[in-house]
Ligand binder design. Structure first.
Ligand code: OOG
Ligand code: NI
Length: 456
């Protein structure tokens, strides 16, 4: 029998991302309103800023912009995390980075599943921030045992999804019709459930411990809790949200507004209150929210250290968690402190603060072998130019702000536990990839291509 043709994991991810967006749009109408607002804003920015439009054309980001999304889920056990790793692998997504949220009072640690190679990212940059609940942080032993038992009983993957994951692992991929079946089956894991698996009193007990614990333990599956489109002007969307009946959180997380955006800026609107049938009574639960983000250039370890230093200095000076009352002062402090971060690509490159994609210019092509040898000399002479490499990951302090704004202030717990990457990776069943190495690899591939083109 001829082997059916396997289709690329990148194509599966692209289709899955769209199917997930369609499902979420149907479930959460406000998400549809947000998508429209972001699409309008992006169109206006592109029309009014031809230089930015040309840059996004050159980097290819213009083609991925409309379909760019990230989502988030929260899992309850090592088995669930290890299995979701296998599910995402079918779509070419690997765990990148380790995020510890305990300093922010959220009892989880996390990774981001995403494509890693620049060409795969170009096909679909879909990413999922995936948290694992740390049950050991539930102090009440009886409640911890109850949570463990509830999680052990549930099965968040359909039998057919599990069979298709195994088949993909055995055959090295899926053919087109199995891929479509896989997408439909995998979607089930992320679906919202209007019924809880626990009684109203049990839900309350879990929620009193931490709202996030109730969100994970009380339900049949890890409902996708937001899907985030990418905007080219987050300040404008933030300002326009109230006019669309959407109330954003008080401050935008991440770096301040700049000429040359760095890393990631994010804002969200509060979780919806949704009707839930507990096993014995009706009630409600809020978990699902909306978020938007603006992405900028990825920073090197040196640039990231400077970012962290300036962010911490601004926050220390504020002396409180950013909120409605101090939002303007926070914005001012961030702008002041970030004066120390150069705001043009040339200086960022010279100081080794950011990652870039290098490309041969027309002038370089004309010069050919006559071009200088060193990379710096090539850039200096205009034979090679640079484009910012987009940041594909998340930021722990920002993620903490997003979690908190959606869990409410009552969720300010203090945990003595700290990061435990080894334990996370043991649950995951493999190591997480170092995002800084991925950017360095992409940058190096572009440099190698330039040098090769100029020397042959
Ligand atoms: C995840 C929050 C983090 C982001 O964009 O930083 C996040 C969650 O609430 O489960 O999505
Ligand atoms: Ni998010």
């Amino acid at each position: 029998m001829p082997t059916p043709r396997l289709i690329s994991p990148d194509a599966i991810r692209k289709d899955f991302s769209r199917a997930m967006s369609d499902m979420y749009r149907e479930e959460v109408p406000l998400y549809g309103a947000l998508l429209e607002l972001v699409a309008d804003t992006n169109a206006r920015v592109l029309a009014s800023d031809p230089a930015l439009a040309r840059q996004l054309q050159r980097t290819g980001e213009i083609q991925r912009l409309d379909r760019e999304r990230h989502g988030a889920i929260r899992l309850g056990s090592a088995y669930e995390l290890a299995t979701i790793r296998r599910l995402f692998a079918v779509m070419g997504m690997q765990p990148v980075g380790y995020y510890d949220l305990t300093p922010a009072g959220v009892p989880v640690h996390a990774t981001a599943f995403r494509a890693v190679h620049e060409s795969a990212l170009q096909t679909s940059p879909f990413r999922v921030f995936t948290s694992l609940l740390r049950l050991e942080l539930i102090e009440n032993l009886e409640l911890r045992a109850f949570a463990e038992a509830a999680l052990a009983k549930r099965s968040i993957f359909t039998p057919r999804a599990l069979a298709l994951i195994e088949q993909a692992e055995a055959d090295g991929g899926l053919n087109a019709s199995d891929a479509q079946a896989f997408i439909q089956q995998a979607l089930e894991t992320f679906r919202w459930h209007h019924t809880a698996t626990v009684s109203a009193a049990q839900y309350q007990q879990l929620s009193d411990q931490h709202r996030l614990i109730a969100d994970v333990v009380a339900f049949k599956g890890p409902h996708i809790n937001h899907l985030t489109p990418r905007t080219l002007d987050i300040d404008r969307v933030q300002a326009d949200m109230p006019g669309k009946g959407i109330t954003p959180k008080a401050v935008i997380e991440g770096p301040p507004r700049r000429q040359c955006p760095i890393l990631l800026r994010q804002t969200s609107f509060k979780a919806l209150d949704e009707a839930i049938a507990f096993t014995d009574a009706k009630g409600s639960h809020s978990a699902r929210f909306g978020e938007i983000e603006q992405r900028g250039v990825a920073l090197t370890p040196k640039g990231r250290a400077l970012y962290d230093q300036l962010l911490n200095a601004a926050r220390d000076e504020l002396g409180a968690f950013p909120n409605e009352a101090n939002a303007q002062r926070y914005t001012d402090l961030m702008e002041q402190h970030f004066q120390a971060f150069p705001d043009n690509h040339r200086a960022m490159r010279e100081q080794g603060l950011a990652f870039f994609r290098y490309g041969v210019t027309d002038k370089g092509r004309a010069a050919g072998k006559g071009a200088p040898q060193s990379l710096d000399a090539l850039v200096e002479a205009g034979y090679v130019d640079i484009e910012p490499l987009v940041y594909e990951d998340f930021l722990p302090v920002s993620a903490a702000g997003i979690f908190q704004s959606n869990l409410g202030d009552a969720a300010q717990n203090h945990y003595t536990a700290n990061a435990n990457q080894a334990e996370f990776e043991q649950a995951l069943g493999r190591q997480t990839l170092d995002e800084l190495q991925l950017y360095a690899d992409t940058q190096q591939r572009s440099i190698d291509t330039c040098l090769q083109a100029l020397r042959t």
